[in-house]
Design a binder for this molecule. Structure first.
Ligand SMILES: [Fe+2]
Length: 223
């Protein structure tokens, strides 16, 4: 059903000759996830090489949300490499586009923010536990490399409304606001970029397949 004002009334109860009534539907507390399937793929090879270069130093690794896998311990955007500067420029434009999407024409503007990021490298059997990104307002994942034979490895966003919506589920009646309880998965693919509110909890499913699933996660923060 449309989310805009609707002139047709409840279609299933309309009968011939009955006056139509006006109703409206208002989506409230919506959660927005930004997906670009056309990220800066031309940087991927150099980003992958940078990941492998950083992985050679054990002091660059840290355990955070990763169960297995490799997680860069520091801020990627402080690495002084041309490819990082190019990547930052691209990602800042995406964050700005995300913010401006919600502003009317004439009210779009350039915001002041900084990016802090890190590289994740997961191999078969690795996953990331449920978490959110405190201290920032928008978070993101860019997929540098995803094996074509990947099974699993989805990023799964948890319903931010909590478990209450499922508690009021009514057997036999399909309610649009009751989710599966399992969250909403996005399958990663090379070159895809996801932006989402930093408070939106997410996890990364264990994947099976060959090779490495390389992603760059980053946060947009106050400068
Ligand atoms: Fe995350």
């Amino acid at each position: 059903m449309s989310t805009q004002n609707q002139q047709n009334g409840p279609a299933s109860t309309l009968a011939e000759g009955v006056p139509r009534i006006k109703v409206s539907l208002t989506p409230m507390f919506a959660t927005w996830v930004y997906l670009c399937e056309d990220g800066p793929k031309h940087l991927n090879q150099r980003l992958e090489e940078l990941a492998h270069q950083l992985m050679q130093d054990n002091s660059n690794a840290i355990q955070r949300t990763n169960h297995g896998g490799w997680h860069y311990a520091f801020d990627l955007f402080k690495v002084e490499e041309p490819v990082v500067a190019e990547f930052r420029d691209q990602m800042e434009q995406h964050v700005q586009a995300f913010l401006n999407h919600f502003r009317s024409d004439g009210n779009k503007k350039k915001d002041s923010f900084c990016l802090k990021g890190w590289i994740n490298v997961n191999r078969a059997g690795d996953h990331n536990v449920l978490h959110c990104h405190p201290g920032s307002f928008v978070s993101a994942t860019y997929y540098v490399k995803v094996p074509t034979d990947i099974k699993g490895g989805e990023i799964v966003f948890r319903d931010p409304r909590g478990p209450a919506v499922a508690m009021y589920e009514t057997p036999g009646i399909e309610l649009p606001w009751v989710g599966s309880g399992m969250g909403v998965p996005f399958s990663p693919a090379t070159g895809h970029l996801l932006l989402f509110p930093a408070w939106l909890e997410h996890r990364v499913e264990r994947f099976e397949g060959s090779g490495e699933r390389i992603s760059i996660a980053f946060n947009a923060c106050n400068p």
